[in-house]
Design a protein around this ligand. Sequence first.
Ligand SMILES: *Cc1c(COP(=O)(O)O)cnc(C)c1O
Length: 374
Amino acid sequence: MSDILDLCELSPAYVRAIAPYQPGKPITELAREFGLDERSIVKLASNENPRGLSPRALAAIQAALPELARYPDGFELTQALSQRLGVAMQQIVLGNGSNDVLELAGMAFLAPGCSAVYSQHAFAVYPLATQARGAHSIVVPAKHFGHDLEAMLAAIRSDTHVVFIANPNNPTGTLLTAAELESFLERAPKNVVVVVDEAYNEYLAPDLRCPSIAWVERFPNLIVTRTFSKVYGLAGLRVGYAVCRPEVAALLNRVRQPFNVNNLAIAAAVAAFADQDFVRESYALNVAGMAQLLDGCRRLGLAWIASYGNFVTIEIPRADNQSQAGAVFQKLLRQGVIVRPLANYGMPDHLRVTIGLARENARFLEALQAVLKD
Ligand SMILES: *Cc1c(COP(=O)(O)O)cnc(C)c1O
């Protein structure tokens, strides 16, 4: 026993101090725990696309199966991204999910003695990517649950190498306008890397999107990250990417595993990216589902944080000044509905709910109504 403890002491203190990422509860696990039928369970906990993936992506996966003995080649995906986004192929770095790309930014730019700045209630991967490098986290208090860019600017120190910004943010759904973000980029020190994480970009109405890709030309310190996990429905395959200056991409590539994105993921992403009808339909479903959920919340007298993603974060009223969100989460589980508690994001009174199919949203609202009444 003490041998193994001594062994663990070999791990740097900053690694041992990491609080592990808490994923949404898997359907299979809930089914096992409560003896429920998997098909009766509604999971609205991880911001996945409730429609699944594009049939064209599924066909591409099947077609790629015989090639699995070969190492992957990201050329075709990088080329498709480069053409559509209007950047050079050397400006794109593929990741095993955009999570991987966020880690690459940490690996390439952070080390003990440096700091990273990010917002309170921001995406959980920023503290992980920072701590894993032994860098110091500067967590800036949120403003109305969103990023306070003025305070973030003021928090940048001479040892700050990276600023992480999620736009829209998860788990709050808050959005920064293009003017706000542009002004931040104009004023941020040029020797600080600014990572703008746009995992939910495709869920934004076109007029709310930032010209972030074009900004890479103007702001050499900008890294934009996007993912195939959300609107493209490929969360289980793990594909994301960064767009940045070629010199920055070259650094990310130095710390990237040579074959970090697998064959099936690449094939699926190429097909999914080509299927923009699927993206449009998913977007439309999200708009309708958001209206349905918000209407339900309104009828239940619940408050929520205005969200620009494929999820909404709802406030669960306290009872006797005691937080009820954890208990409501547990009771929803018993009804076969999985949502996301946010206590580990410092939001003990909120639950995050992914916009599902119409019938899933209805199931959630019924279950929530029943739980709140009892
Ligand atoms: C879901 C999400 C990601 C994407 O994660 P993947 O690793 O691409 O699956 C990145 N950033 C935010 C803010 C997210 O919510």
